[in-house]
Design a protein around this ligand. Structure first.
Ligand SMILES: [Zn+2]
Length: 120
């Protein structure tokens, strides 16, 4: 089979699935990489929104994500999506996780390709 992104030939062992796409390990890490959560403008708006609305800043979905992190400790993104899949669609979860990251509520770490989400 081939990686959906870079079209590299991959073996069954190396294949990773993300958002229903078959990816090679590199593209998978890329897809999960905290780098894609970095967006200075969004960063800025999230922070100023928090300053103006400290109590109403978290959406229901974001509270669910925070709750899951409190219950489960440090998790990887797929585990989190799996935990919340009956409540939050994965693409929404990803967006909300990125938003929480920008607000400084959670930390997303990349330990040699192992992405870990933790409460800040
Ligand atoms: Zn690839």
């Amino acid at each position: 089979m081939k990686c959906t992104k870079c079209k590299m030939q991959i073996s069954n062992v190396d294949k990773r699935e993300y958002n229903h796409e078959i990816l090679c390990e590199d593209c998978y890490i890329d897809a999960l990489s905290p780098a894609k959560f970095c967006d200075p403008w969004a960063d800025y708006s999230a922070k100023s929104f928090m300053e103006k609305n400290p109590n109403s800043a978290l959406s229901q979905n974001q509270l669910l994500i925070i709750g899951a992190l409190k219950d489960n400790g440090d998790v990887d993104p797929l585990f989190l999506m799996e935990k919340l899949k009956n409540k939050i669609p994965p693409e929404v979860g990803e967006r909300e996780t990125a938003a929480l990251h920008r607000m400084g509520k959670i930390i997303i770490e990349n330990n040699n390709g192992n992405i870990v989400i933790k409460l800040s």
